[in-house]
Design a protein around this ligand. Structure first.
Ligand code: G6P
Length: 613
């Protein structure tokens, strides 16, 4: 949800801003803008549409200057047009602000400022910030940073801000509350950015700002303070990701690259959590076996794909331990009255570690005295920092908006954690745990096998992509897979797709079935009692002339009698089949999107990191 980059130092700012914003386009891409300090004024350039429009404009008419802030927008308040694009300014164009987040009390602040004579140009919530700062300076704030602190003490909601003042050459200001912001530290220069990948090719050291901090950056100094003015010591940390991790590496899209990275990532996770002392190793987990032994309940909270991973986690944990496990959407969980006590472990699943609802759920859980374990992909993210223990999925930066590698890494995290907890509670025997691990180790190769079948999957996508809708059916472990497959399809191909528990088909979706509806049936759990039920459901689809696309296990001789459109999956343990099946569905969605000509890495209206409610 909106990306921010800022620069102060000795180099020309705009190429650095554009370079960083390109890596943040997954956060928003409906308009973009920059503000650059020049002796005569703060020069602002904004363009509607993709960042490339702004880039072209800056190439045609460059702006010199070594101090600047930039923004790529995902509109919340006000349609994507030039006026609503950031940066926004005060009445006289002397203060420029870029913002990620939502100022919730902007209407009352705006009304108050308008009464004082401030003129507003946009429909955004952001515009109150430069005006508030202007008002605080006019009211006697002794310095720009104090004016920022006073203004922000009045703002409610979430923000990451980059701020320039025309009368403060060589100085960039930034602040954070609820939306991510980091400072990049280089020799004689500083950056601000919404996340590390934006500047990973420029700096190797960063400072993760905390909520309620304001920072003043000059080429060679950093000064952080809290909103009450108390100084804070800057904690500089090394960047752990490589610059190449945010390149496409020859793939036509980031999403395709990320799909292909999955075997390597899962192999790496398996190696990190090898067999050790009678269980899988959890080298970095701050909660140990004694804690899990006493545990009586688990509550998993997440959004989007991470929620589907959480649904799988519930099934697997229930299967391998005696724990009562529940999974809920973070956006629902935070507004209900769950009966949770300190004996409950809250598991938060989040790729970005910045999702507003997931974060709010964590904070609620902590007020109830619960421990929070997060499954997270971004070190230094807010979710990771606020959790008692973190299982890092170590999938590397995920740039494609639709989650792929982070999702399978979350499934693997749940698999390893379930075995670990089962062992800790002595509900999984040593031999059984070893068997499970052996089965898990076959998953990366099985995914390779799926990737090798890309051409076959593409043919099916070409055949079935044109309809208005599709239905995805699965049972038990593959019910979440069906939901995730449908989500991938709608996210990137814009075809309406519905994921359903196959047993529920008769309670509604069956009415949709006709000769035009592709029905993707996940029927790979051959050893599970739900296999026969799934076959019956497929027969019901067949009887109504639905276009069945089956995911079936190699050697399943009955399947070709039901349909000719089969994605063959290598055999493996039923419990772990979602890790392989979902890759087939990612590819199916990918090629459908390609056939429909969408912008796969940046699908319309979607943001990768949802930092507002
Ligand atoms: C957005 C993304 C999804 C993601 C969800 C949760 O909707 O587009 O891909 O699954 O947010 O994000 P998180 O970072 O918490 O996993």
């Amino acid at each position: 949800m909106c990306g921010i980059v800022g620069y102060v130092g000795g180099r020309v700012a705009t190429p650095l801003l554009i370079n960083g914003l390109k890596r943040l386009e997954y956060r928003g891409y409906d308009s973009a803008g920059v503000a650059v300090w020049q002796p005569e004024a703060l020069v602002i350039r904004k363009c509607v549409g993709r960042l490339s429009v702004l880039e072209q404009s800056l190439l045609a008419q460059p702006i010199a200057g070594t101090l600047g802030i930039g923004h790529t927008r995902w509109a919340t308040h006000g349609e994507p047009n030039e006026v609503n694009s950031h940066p926004h300014t005060d009445c006289h164009g002397r203060i420029a602000v870029v913002h990620n987040g939502i100022i919730e009390n902007y209407q009352e602040l705006r009304a108050e400022l308008q009464q004082q004579g401030h003129t507003f140009r946009s429909q955004t919530d952001t515009e109150v910030i430069p005006h508030l700062i202007e008002a605080e300076l006019a009211a006697g704030a002794p310095s720009p940073e104090e004016a920022i602190r006073r203004a922000l003490r009045r703002a409610k909601g979430a923000y990451a801000l980059g701020i320039l003042f025309h009368d403060q050459p060589g100085t960039m200001y930034a602040a954070r509350c609820g939306s991510p912001l980091i400072v990049g530290v280089g020799p004689g220069e500083h950056f601000i950015a919404s996340d590390v990948p934006a500047i990973v090719d420029q700096v190797r050291r960063v400072i993760y700002l905390n909520d309620g901090e304001v920072v003043v950056l000059r080429a060679d100094s950093v000064a952080i303070s809290r909103l009450d003015g108390t100084p804070v010591e800057a904690m500089i940390q090394a960047v752990t990701i490589a610059a190449e991790a945010v390149e496409r590496a020859g793939f036509e899209t980031f999403m395709l690259k990320e799909i292909h990275e999955q075997p390597r990532i899962l192999r790496h996770l398996l190696a990190r959590h090898e067999w050790q002392n009678g269980t899988v190793a959890m080298p970095d987990l701050a909660l140990g076996a004694p804690y899990f032994r006493k545990l009586n309940r688990v509550m998993v909270v997440a959004c989007g794909s991470a929620y589907h991973a959480g649904m799988y986690g519930k099934l697997l944990m229930e299967h391998l331990t005696s724990l009562a496990v529940e999974t809920d959407l973070a956006s629902e969980f935070r507004y209900r009255d769950p009966k949770i006590d300190p004996g409950t472990l809250v598991v938060a699943v989040s790729q970005s570690g910045e999702t507003a609802d997931t974060l709010a759920s964590i904070r609620m859980a902590k007020t109830w005295g619960c421990k929070v374990l997060s499954i997270c992909n971004v070190p230094g993210s807010t979710v990771a920092r606020e959790s008692d223990a973190v299982f890092f999925t170590e999938a590397g930066p995920e740039i494609g908006v639709a989650a792929t590698k982070s999702f399978t890494a979350q499934l693997m995290a749940f698999a390893l954690l379930s075995v670990f907890i089962g062992r800790a509670r002595n509900e999984v025997g040593e031999a059984q745990a070893q068997e499970l691990l052996v089965a898990l180790r076959t998953v990366p190769d099985a995914i390779h096998y799926m990737l090798d079948r890309s051409a076959d999957i593409r043919k099916l996508a070409d055949k079935h992509h044109d309809g208005p809708s599709s239905l995805y059916l699965g049972r038990r472990f593959n019910y979440p897979t069906a939901l995730e497959g449908a989500l991938k399809n709608k996210e990137i191909s814009y075809q309406h797709a519905e994921g359903y528990a196959a047993g529920e088909m008769k309670h509604g979706p069956i009415a949709l079935i006709n000769e035009y509806l592709p029905v993707i049936c996940i029927c790979t759990q051959t050893r599970d009692e739900v296999y026969a039920k799934m076959v019956s459901n497929m027969k019901e689809v067949e009887a109504r002339h639905g276009r069945i696309i089956a995911l079936a296990t190699d050697g399943d001789v009955g399947m070709p009698q039901l349909t000719e459109d089969i994605i063959w999956v290598p055999p493996g343990r039923d419990e772990f089949s979602p890790l392989v099946n979902v890759v087939a569905l990612q590819l199916l969605a990918y090629y459908a999107a390609q056939a429909r000509g969408t912008d796969i890495d940046k699908p319309r209206n979607l943001a990768k990191s949802v930092t507002v409610e």
